[in-house]
Design a protein. Structure first.
Length: 332
């Protein structure tokens, strides 16, 4: 992470005597932990070809290519010792046509106003490679560091979503071969989002303003984007109530009447679950004493709501826009 400059592999002798990538940057690029790199060096002699006199080792393009081949072989089931012997004869970096999941990644679009992430493509590749190897500790470490350093919005838009899309494209084109990769990656992304925390002193909502209620419509099980929104609201210090997937209509209506939310976010991933009558019913649901009744603003989230707009309802195109709208509603 950082400013991205340390992730650039430079030719030996270019710039300072310590040209090359650091162990931490290389670990992120490969999707392994720094401890794994040090273990491979100690056990199999897979360390940098040139070692500087300082504490920090630098890895040349040839070193990187060797370790990329080591990762490819071990992920294919080759025992580490045998993989190390084969990788030491490897000198060329992976070609663009190499059929690995990580190379299916498309450069993510940088959201307007997003804080810099260095090289998002390398972050995505490191995460994808760890997921392909089913290296759960590395996936978890990378996601935790991503959210801690760059926040939910940047992490979600620039790394998590592009990597998930790459996994989805891969298993769609390869039968069920990579389904387990998608399941593991989705679970760890959900776990990282659940760990996101808010500021030490949460914002005080405007007087009389209730919490923000988030729910998937009945029949909708796809909940991950809603979890990202919940984590983003927590970062903003806003009160929320997260109900998760497939909330029955009656339960949702009862919760709205009990909580008096300032906004209700209804998530639908597919058109088959987008229940427009329910959305209109929630938007018309009121609470409070006669003469001072309130009703929520409804936000329609997800591709299932594509098509004609619903009067007086918001349909933000992405996480960043949804957060902006909800912050404005909560602050009155």
């Amino acid at each position: 992470m950082g400013d991205g400059r340390s992730d650039q592999v430079r030719e030996p002798g270019e710039g300072s005597a310590e040209a090359g990538v650091t162990t931490g940057a290389l670990a992120r690029r490969l999707g392994v932990s720094p401890t794994t790199l040090r273990s491979w060096d100690r056990r199999y002699g897979m360390g940098p070809a040139v070692r500087s006199g300082g504490r920090h080792r630098r890895w040349t393009p040839q070193d990187v290519a060797m370790l990329e081949e080591m990762c490819r072989l071990t992920s294919a089931g080759v025992p580490p010792a045998e993989a190390a012997r084969a990788a030491k004869g490897w000198s060329d970096p992976l070609e663009p046509g190499d059929e690995s999941l990580a190379d299916d990644l498309e450069p993510p679009a940088r959201a307007a106003g997003a804080e810099p992430l260095g090289d998002p493509r390398q972050e995505c590749k490191g995460l994808a490679r760890a997921a392909v190897r089913l290296d759960a500790p590395s996936v978890d470490d990378q996601l935790t560091a991503l959210v801690q350093r760059h926040g939910v919005v940047v992490g979600w838009e620039e790394v998590m979503v592009p990597t998930l899309h790459a996994v989805g494209r891969k298993w769609e084109s390869a039968g069920d071969r990579y389904v387990e990769v998608e399941h593991l990656l989705s679970w760890h992304i959900s776990r990282a989002l659940h760990r996101a925390s808010g500021p030490a002193e949460p914002k005080a909502p405007a007087t009389g303003v209730g919490p923000i209620l988030l729910a998937c419509v009945p029949g909708e099980q796809h909940c991950l984007p809603l979890e990202a929104l919940h984590a983003g609201l927590l970062e903003q210090g806003l009160p929320t109530r997260m109900f998760g997937p497939a909330v029955p209509s009656e339960a949702l209506t009862a919760a709205v009447r009990r909580l008096g939310p300032v906004a209700v976010v209804l998530w639908s991933q597919t058109r088959s679950t987008a229940d427009r009558p329910l959305a209109r019913h929630i938007a018309a649901t009121t609470w409070g004493v006669k003469g001072a009744r309130g009703r929520p603003t409804v936000l329609l989230g997800g591709p299932g709501w594509a098509g004609r707009p619903e009067p007086d309802m918001l349909r933000p195109p992405g996480l960043r826009e949804a957060l902006t709208a909800l912050v404005g509603l909560a602050e009155g």
